[in-house]
Design a protein around this ligand. Structure first.
Ligand SMILES: NC(=O)c1ccc[n+]([C@@H]2O[C@H](COP(=O)([O-])OP(=O)(O)OC[C@H]3O[C@@H](n4cnc5c(N)ncnc54)[C@H](OP(=O)(O)O)[C@@H]3O)[C@@H](O)[C@H]2O)c1
Length: 340
């Protein structure tokens, strides 16, 4: 299996997004989730992505759920040395897709320290390979948050620093305090705003890019139904709610390219990302998530799919066809393009 670099961190060319193993898109049991992970790691998908906020919140509890990290702990107890482990802190309210009035992010140094200790304890590990600040805190300069994360590196609690949904300017300020290994934001065939400023800044600074929701939260695969997404928060988004029918033409374009290569839509979506990242001069590692082991293997197959110039042109046309925003929160500043 080939490897890729995110800054100085060496990872598998496709990672695994563990959020999809929790309740958010339907969920599964913790045992089944760990079996899917075993299949993925056996096959060479060793870069695992979680967050303290993923997983079902406990009744009556507030703040990050921590239950996705807890699900991972027994798996890591057996296979810690085989994986590169990424987790995140900073989103303090449960994610339900609504614009909760409560403060949703925390980037204070003391919070970074306590959140890191809590994640280490839940995960049952001594160190986190890549620790992200999940969302900038509008009340705390990013230099202060990253300064605290740099101290966590010094203390050996984390190995590399990542940031999620930062603007190019926030990235530059943070990178001046401590090298940033990876920036994680949504990037896919139907979410391309990061190509304007954020991806070029990563390419210039040598920061790796981790595209989240690389399959468009499942939409681009063509396997979802309207009824299925109506049962979770995706149905409440503009793209998968009122624009569901209008956006079907996007799925058809992906399917057309897939048929030409005897591949699946998911493989085309992931291969497009790898090709586009190479064109833009950035090292990128998408992190698709699935509850199904066979889909994890299918997604890894994208590494071997070669798209030609005609494929890329056809897929590029999707950009202008998308209806609805990628933002799942009713607040433009929640994503980087809303602050740029
Ligand atoms: N930093 C952030 O703010 C942020 C935000 C969102 C996500 N993330 C990270 O990014 C990861 C991936 O994002 P995501 O889970 O939102 O979206 P995604 O990976 O684009 O899509 C996941 C969905 O696609 C389905 N799927 C996966 N592989 C498939 C295949 N080969 N064929 C058909 N369907 C397939 C899954 O369903 P099944 O389970 O039924 O297969 C799941 O519902 C997350 O797990 C999380 O780690 C980060």
């Amino acid at each position: 299996m080939t490897t890729t670099h995110l800054g100085d961190l060496t990872v598998s060319p496709i990672g695994f997004g563990c959020m999809a193993l929790s309740h958010v898109y339907g969920g599964t049991t913790d045992e089944a989730a760990r079996e899917t992970l075993s299949t993925a790691v056996d096959a060479g998908i060793t870069f695992l992505d979680t967050s303290d906020v993923y997983g079902k919140p406990r009744d009556g509890a507030s703040g990050p759920a921590g239950t996705n990290e807890e699900m991972l702990a027994p798996f890591l107890a057996k296979r810690r040395d085989e994986v590169q482990l990424a987790t995140k802190f900073g989103i303090t309210a449960p994610r339900d897709g609504t614009d909760a009035p409560a403060k949703r992010t925390d980037g204070r140094p003391e919070y970074a320290r306590s959140a890191c200790d809590a994640s280490l304890a839940r995960l049952g590990v001594d160190t986190i390979d890549l620790y992200y600040h999940h969302r900038p805190d509008p009340d705390v300069p990013i230099e202060e948050t990253v300064g605290a994360m740099a101290e966590l590196v010094e203390a050996g609690k984390i190995r590399h620093i990542g940031l999620s949904e930062v603007t190019s300017e926030e990235l530059r300020r943070a990178h001046a305090v401590h090298p940033i290994a990876a920036l994680q934001s949504e990037w896919s065939l139907w979410s391309r705003d990061v190509e304007d400023r954020v991806v070029p800044a990563c390419a210039e600074l040598g920061v790796g890019f981790v595209p989240y929701s690389p399959l468009g939260r499942g939409f681009l695969t063509g396997t979802l139904t309207k009824e299925q997404v109506a049962g979770d928060f995706r149905g409440g988004t503009s793209r998968m709610g009122e624009a569901w029918d209008a956006n079907q033409k996007i799925v058809e374009i992906v399917a057309e390219v897939a048929r030409r290569h005897d591949a699946t839509n998911a493989q085309v979506a992931l291969a497009w990302l790898l090709h586009r990242a190479a064109q833009m001069g950035v090292s990128a590692v998408p992190i698709p998530g699935s509850r199904k082991p066979e889909r994890a293997l299918e997604n890894l197959g994208a590494v071997d799919l070669r798209l030609d110039a005609d494929d890329m042109t056809q897929l590029d046309s999707i950009r202008s066809l998308v209806e609805g925003s990628r933002n799942i929160v009713n607040n433009p500043t929640w994503i980087s393009s809303g602050r740029e």
